[in-house]
Design a protein around this ligand. Structure first.
Ligand code: SF4
Length: 321
């Protein structure tokens, strides 16, 4: 994917400050915290602007109660999804890839490390081994050296060489587009398979990573911690056609605003809908400093982001930043 568009789309400096405030402004413009279930069919993007000057959090308003019935839960969940779609219209998978094979390998490498580190590592890997046949026939020690920055490089080398051999021997060198085939490949579990199916084959799938699990529990969509159970519980709240983009949006929100240890509640557009509002910083100014938001000028995870990405591309391995 070309990245010229991303550079072009980066915000001009003059807008930087106001762009950085977008989540806070959206939170401020959103409705007062719902003490009751959100009103029917109130598209998040068209939420009526109230004259709330600061996020609900800053006013010391309590978090809305968790939805009590399945219907209320579905309504709240879908409303949050609409709100996220409005905040992150450019949400996308944050691994760089140009074909299903690259996405499969990158996803395996992403275990226990950041997408950024994977994106900084895979250009050299795919330049040296562009096909499953190339990687399957590689010298393992040389592969280990290339992927060392991603950590657990010996086990990951075994996985990516093993799956490459399986692709070569069993699938004609192509990545299969079926869950049952993907999960038989070495190092490929359901999460990896859904990432590949959703983003390389257009098959709806929910990606339960650490961000996704944390956020859906904060929103009380489920109390499950097992990824397969989380996936089933969340899948029941949305039509299949929403699953893939929902996953990207939730993960985007987890990386940028609803962090693990310091969620930026005071700058969060979901605050009026979130039963866990107040778990993090509620002061708007302090919360805004916690944002890791591309429109605030920070680079994203991808060296080659999609053309509509409004932030900066990530730096290559070894570069500052
Ligand atoms: S817990 Fe997360 S989603 Fe909820 S208000 Fe805080 S930052 Fe937003």
């Amino acid at each position: 994917m070309a990245n010229q568009g991303a550079s072009r789309a980066a915000r001009p400096p003059a807008k930087k400050v106001s762009d950085a405030e977008v989540p806070a402004k959206k939170a401020a413009a959103a409705k007062a915290p719902a003490k009751k279930a959100p009103a029917k069919r109130a598209p998040a993007a068209k939420a009526p602007a109230r004259s709330v000057k600061a996020p609900a959090a800053a006013k010391g308003v309590k978090a809305p109660a968790a939805p009590r019935t399945h219907t209320a839960l579905v309504r709240q969940a879908r409303r949050i999804n609409r709100e996220l779609a409005d905040v992150y219209p450019y949400a996308h998978p944050e691994l760089d890839f140009e074909n299903p094979f690259q996405l499969l390998v990158a996803t395996v490498l992403s275990a226990q490390t950041t997408d950024l580190r994977v994106n900084q590592t895979t250009p050299a890997l795919f330049a040296k081994y562009p096909t499953p046949e190339d990687l399957a026939a590689a010298n393992p020690e040389e592969v280990e050296e290339v992927i060392r920055p991603t950590g657990f490089f010996r086990a990951k080398t075994r996985s990516i060489m093993g799956l490459s051999a399986a692709l070569r021997d069993d699938f004609g060198g192509e990545v299969p587009g079926r869950l049952e085939d993907l999960v038989k490949l070495p190092g490929v579990g359901r999460k990896t398979a859904f990432v590949v199916l959703g983003n390389a084959f257009g098959v709806p799938g929910i990606t339960v990573d650490t961000h996704f699990g944390r956020l859906v529990r904060r929103w009380k969509w489920t109390e499950e911690t097992d990824p397969d159970k989380v996936e089933a519980a969340v899948g029941a709240l949305f039509p299949k056609s929403d699953w893939t983009m929902l996953s990207h949006r939730v993960i985007f929100h987890g990386r940028r605003i609803c962090h693990s240890r310091k969620p930026a509640c005071g700058a969060c557009p979901i605050a009026p809908l979130c039963p866990s509002y107040g778990e993090g910083e509620t002061d708007p100014e302090k919360a805004e400093k916690l944002l890791k938001y591309e429109k605030g000028g920070l680079p994203g995870q991808r060296l080659k982001p999609p053309p509509d990405y409004p932030g900066k591309p990530a730096p290559p391995l070894g570069a500052a930043g």
